[in-house]
Write a protein that binds this ligand. Sequence first.
Ligand code: DC
Length: 219
Amino acid sequence: MQIAIDGPAGAGKSTIAKRLASESGYIYVDTGAMYRAMALYLIRKGISADDRAGIESACEDADISIKYIDGEQNVILNGENVNSLIRTQEVSNMASASSVNGKVREKLTALQQKLASSTDVVMDGRDIGTKVLPDAEVKIYLTASVSVRAKRRYDELKAKGEACDLKVIEEEIKERDERDMTREISPLAKAADAVEVDTSDMTIEEVLAAIKKLVDEHR
Ligand code: DC
């Protein structure tokens, strides 16, 4: 069984995918974390998002894999567990900017397809239903208004005690949406056979129930 969940930043993909996977006994694959690990590598090397040759050569040197520790996905970059380092705004923006590169996408798509080839998965990202797992049995396009997504991110950062500004977060979300949706290779898009779920006015439990219903219908 393959369940593909795509959508823009802050729509609730990872929360929903994680719960769905643990309740179904499937593996959760967070593909954004892989793009984030690649972005961290580029930041550390001082390679800018528009340095195409630099990014392509970095693809050869950055070894990215994942490992499950207590059921949680951890991303390993050249032998180092970088899970706690990839959730900053700087990494978010670099991941969005560097993921337009075809070589980066090729490398990470292959890893994602390999992971899904041997086990039941719930995989979330931007191009899972359209590109990575085009034959997934269930495809969900999870979305929410920009203001709701920005407020969720703001509350998350506040809860972690990080300084943040709602207006700035909203602008960054808009920028990422624009870049993720308009890039040339595998842009964020709803697959023709995906079901769209707008989570703006829904609780996590309501979203989960709606998706479980779709999965059960498929079974
Ligand atoms: O889901 P996320 O916010 O962790 O993803 C970070 C960035 O990685 C996102 O802005 C675009 C890129 N990404 C992608 O291009 N394709 C995916 N399947 C997942 C993420």
